[in-house]
Design a protein around this ligand. Sequence first.
Ligand code: NDP
Length: 488
Amino acid sequence: MQKKETKKLFKSSWNYSEAPESISHIQIQKKYDLYIDGKFTKPVKGKYFDTINPANEEIISSVAEATIEDIDVAVKAARKAFTGWSKLSGKERGKYIFRIARLIQERAREFAVIESMDGGKPIRESRDIDIPLSANHFFYYAGWADKLEYAFPNKEPKPVGVVGQIIPWNFPLLMAAWKIAPALATGNTIILKPAETTPLTALKLAEVIQLSGLPKGVVNIVTGAGKTGADIVNHPGINKIAFTGSTEVGRYIAKAIAGTDKKVTLELGGKGANIIFEDAAIDQAVEGIINAIFFNQGHVCCAGSRLFVQESVADKVIQKLKDRMENLIVGDPLDKNTDIGAINSKKQLETIENYINIGLKEGGEIYQPDCKLPKKGNWCAPTLFLNVSQSHKIVQEEIFGPVLTIQTFRTINEVIEKANNTPYGLSAGVWTQNGAKIFHSTQKLAAGVVWANTFNKFDAASPFGGYKESGFGREGGLHGLKPYLKFE
Ligand code: NDP
C-alpha cells in the first residue's frame, strides 16, 4: 500500500473527542523548600529555580536549589537518624514503609496528574504505570524489612549507613520509589536528589513521608541541578551512592568515588535490541515495537530503540508499523487519549532533533506519521529510520527520544551478533512463537533484562540493571536489597 493511501485510510476512521484529566483536585505550592530532618527548610543560600510544564512552557512552581551547605545539614540529620532507624526492628520499619505505600495509593490521582504536568508523560502512563508501580515497590520492600536474615541466611546483614540517591527525569516518582524503598527496608537513612526538570512528585513524596510519621532525618529530599548531585557524591559523610542517569555522569561518579570506601550502584543508558523473528505473532509484535520505543516518548533507558526484523517478514512488519504509527496520538499529556506526550525539556528536544539530523546526513530513510504537533511546548513526532547499518551513529548512541532504527537479518547468529554489538547491555526483546528460540536467544543476548513476546514490563519483585556501559548493581527483587547491606 502506498504511503498516501495508508494515511487516508487511518486518518479518516480515528477521531477522538478530547478527554482531559481534571487538575482541580491537585495541590501544588508556589514554592518548595528542601525536605531535611523531617521538615521543609529554606536553602542556606536562599536560591530557587523554576520547574516548567514541558507541554505548555508555563512555570508550575519554584523549587529550592540545595548547595553544599544544605547537603552538610542533610547528611548530619541522616547520620543522627541512622542510630535509631538502623536499630528499629524490621517489623517496625516495615510498618512505616507500608504506610508510605498506602498514602501514595490514596493520593494516586494527584501524583499522576503532577507527574504528567512536570515531566510531559501521558496521563494514561503515569496513572496506570508510574504511580501504581511506585506504590507497589514500597509494598514489596515493606514485606522484606523483617525477613532480611531469611533473605541472606547466616550472613548477618547490616545497613551500610547514609545513602545518597540521585535520580533522572524520565520516571521521577518511580525512580524515587526504586531507591528509597529498599534503602528503608534495610535500615539505611537517605538523601535523595530528584532531577532538575522533574522535582515535584519527589516533593509530594516528601509530604507523604512527613505524614507517615517516619522518624525525622530518615529520608531527606534535596532539589537542585547537577552541582547538587556532585556535592552528594563527593560528601565524605555518605556511605553509598545509588545513581540512575546518563553513562557520562555515571563515569564521572565512578571516578569521583574511586579510592574511597563508598559503595556504588550505577543504572545508566541503553540501546536495547528488539528482535522480530519470522515466526512471531506479527500483530502483537508490532504493538510490542510501539510500546518498546514510544512508551514515555522513548525517554526510557531500556527502550527497544534498535529494531531487528527477519528479512522474510520485514516488508510486512514495517508496513504494519507505519500504519500503526499513523494513529498514534501526540499531544496534551493530560488528555486520556494521548499516546505520546511532550519531550521533557528543551535541551532534550534539541538532543533528539540533532540525532534526527545526523541520521538524515548519514543517509538514513526517515518516516514520520502525518501528525499535527502543538505549537507551544516541546514535541517530537514518532520517528523511524530505515536504511541504516551498525556503523550509523543513530544505531550506536542512546537518543532517549521517540526515534527507532530498523535493520533486517537472516539468521539467529547474525542477529545476536548485531544485537550485542553495542557498548550498552541493559535490555533486549525477542518475538517468536518458538520456545527453543526464546531460550537460545535470551541466553546469548548480553543484556540485564531480556523480554520474550513483550517489552517494558516491570515488577517490584524482578531485578533490573545492566552490563557494560549500562552500569552495575541491581534494583528490584531480593537482589535490590544487597547494595544497601554489608555482611560482616
Ligand atoms: P544526567 O545523567 O545528567 O542526570 C541524571 C541525574 O544526575 C539528575 O538528577 C542530574 O541532575 C544528576 N547529575 C547531573 N550531573 C551530575 C553530577 N556531575 N554529579 C552527580 N549528579 C549529577 O542526565 P540528563 O538529564 O542530563 O540527560 C542526558 C542524557 O542522559 C539523556 O539524553 C539520556 O541519553 C541519558 N539519560 C539516561 C537515563 C537512564 O535512565 N539511563 C535517565 C536520564 C538521562 P540534574 O537533572 O539536576 O542535572
